[in-house]
Design a binder for this molecule. Structure first.
Ligand code: NAD
Length: 390
């Protein structure tokens, strides 16, 4: 039987002035069937209460800490207590919070990078397995319909054997020491105690790595990284250039930067096979460009029947007809849609449709953490190539 009630969502993080928690709140309810009922929204309990008030939540379910939230929710009967929690705090908190909620029997949607280090990521993988709960990771760029179309084209063999992958994520917003000017988002991202061993590479390089592996189904096997810190006094990388090799022999280039002045969120990918190439840009996400030798460039446009006919996942990830742009919120909502349908299947003890399982999970999170660790080792190494860590 289908679940005959809303899924109940809790949130940790996303307090007043926070960025991504609010995106989660909006995206998770885009398709209905999900209701935010509880939260520990801020590191400061007073601000958590303030946020709960703004969100018109029952004050009894707005908690000072995530531990109080687990204790309080467990006192409520099943069906009334939260079904899942979304973790939208800085990186250092992801692991302890995810662990605590999974062990208390809740499903978890977590922000990236998944944990603070590889050790935690490996442990979390075991915890997820043991808990039998659903774990989603918010690599939101996999949620775009045209990314899903690209994946189905590449994995369906249309491009032929993949030879080369170029992926980039340049931003310019950290080109000055914003962390010293009171920016909440800049301050924890540039602090090794909250961000982890990497800055830019952990924050956005992992999105690029995840996108390349998601579309191609290939795995990075070795890399050669050159990270830099350009802003004086900063402790973590704010720019990185990385050569890649994949498990089928394909070569690749990944660059990410937060000091590329003038760039906003210029995530883009180019994939070249033996027969065709393709190109996708996050800032113009409704178009996928397919290129053949000796022919005009094809522009595949979201919302057309021919897209859904080629890729069921892209069709499912589309809400509006062609020409009405869909973008960041919708891609987030697509990951939520698949995650929450999988949670519903788990609650009703049904096997989830394979299409539902198309959202990043704990294995992707571990790949991301291994990527960061390998990049950090490579940048210190004098050798050309460093093997991707296991
Ligand atoms: P932010 O600084 O805007 O917000 C962080 C919020 O977490 C704040 O409200 C803070 O008070 C709260 N917080 C911190 N520790 C807490 C704790 N122990 N308990 C409860 N609340 C706590 O940060 P942000 O930019 O929203 O980033 C948050 C996370 O989301 C990071 O892990 C980041 O990497 C990730 N992120 C992902 C995307 C994406 O596109 N997927 C985009 C931005 C950020």
């Amino acid at each position: 039987m289908a679940l005959d009630r809303n899924l109940k969502m809790g949130m940790v993080g996303g307090g007043p002035g926070a960025f991504i928690g609010d995106v989660h709140r909006k995206a998770s309810r885009m398709d209905g069937g999900v209701q935010l009922v509880a939260g520990a929204f801020d590191i400061d309990p007073k601000k958590s209460k303030q946020m709960g008030k703004e969100l018109l939540l029952d004050p009894k379910r707005v908690y000072g800490t995530y531990k109080d939230m687990i204790e309080g929710e467990l006192k409520l009967p099943e069906g009334e207590r939260i079904d899942f929690v979304s973790i939208t705090t800085p990186n250092n908190w992801h692991f302890p919070i995810a662990k605590a909620f999974l062990e208390a029997g809740f499903h978890v949607m977590c922000e990236k990078p998944m944990t603070f280090n590889v050790k935690e990521a490996k442990e979390l993988k075991q915890i997820v397995k043991k808990s039998k709960k659903v774990f989603g990771l918010m690599h939101n760029y996999t949620g775009y319909p045209m990314v899903k179309l690209a994946r189905d084209m590449v994995r369906g063999g249309e491009l032929g054997n993949i030879r080369k992958i170029v992926v980039q994520y340049p931003q310019g917003w950290l080109a000055t020491a914003l962390e010293k000017a009171g920016s909440m988002q800049a301050s924890w991202r540039t602090d090794p105690k909250q961000s982890g061993g990497a800055g830019c590479i952990g924050d956005i390089g992992t999105h690029a790595e995840n996108l390349a592996e998601y579309i191609t189904g290939l795995k990075i096997t070795k890399l050669c990284a050159d990270l830099s810190i350009f802003v004086k006094g900063r402790k973590l990388d704010d720019d990185g250039n990385i050569l890649l090799r994949f498990n089928n022999g394909a070569s690749g280039v990944l660059h990410a930067s937060q000091v590329s002045i003038g760039e906003e969120n210029n995530l883009a990918i180019w994939i070249y096979g033996e027969k065709k190439g393709l190109e996708w840009h996050q800032e113009h996400p409704n178009y996928l460009y397919v290129k053949e030798p000796n022919g005009p460039v094809q522009v595949w446009r979201r919302g057309n029947d021919y897209v859904g006919a080629k890729s069921a996942a892209a069709g499912r990830a589309t809400r509006l007809p062609f020409g009405h742009p869909e973008a960041f919120f919708e891609a987030f909502a697509n990951n939520y849609c698949n995650f929450t349908d999988t949670v519903r299947a788990s609650i009703t003890k049904k096997k989830p449709d394979p299409l539902f399982l198309d959202f990043p999970n704990v294995d992707d999170g571990l790949r991301g953490m291994l990527f960061i660790e390998t990049v950090l080792e490579s940048t210190k190494s004098k050798q050309k190539w460093t093997k991707f860590h296991k």
